[in-house]
Design a protein around this ligand. Structure first.
Ligand code: SF4
Ligand code: SF4
Length: 99
């Protein structure tokens, strides 16, 4: 049986994303100074990734709204400048199609 990639598995769900007002904001430039980058390991949807230069990239589309990144990232938790975590606007966000 072929193993699905994370993006393939996420595509089973539906995401109504507010691209103009993302519910999670991450300042990827400031993330360069983060010493632990725990978001890379905490996100079950692999929304945080490293590019070829070792820089953190974040994509709010596909977020499962679990809140793990907010718990492991002190900047998201404390809403540091350039970082914020909120639930999607009412009626938006992930719509689970299985489970
Ligand atoms: S844990 Fe927070 S500050 Fe560190 S890389 Fe991830 S999002 Fe950036
Ligand atoms: S809320 Fe959960 S799924 Fe969404 S980006 Fe954070 S860790 Fe990933």
């Amino acid at each position: 049986m072929k193993k699905l990639s994370m993006d393939d598995r996420l595509a089973i769900n539906k995401f109504d994303s507010a691209d103009e007002t993302p519910h999670i904001i991450v300042n990827c430039l400031e993330c360069k100074s983060c010493t632990h980058k725990a978001c890379l390991y905490a996100c079950p949807a692999e929304r945080y990734r490293l590019n070829d230069m070792g820089e953190v990239l974040f994509d709010h589309v596909g977020c499962l709204e679990c809140g793990h990144c907010r718990l492991v990232c002190e900047r998201l938790y404390s809403s540091s400048m350039g970082y914020s975590w909120n639930h999607p606007e009412r009626g938006r966000g992930v719509i689970f199609r299985q489970g």
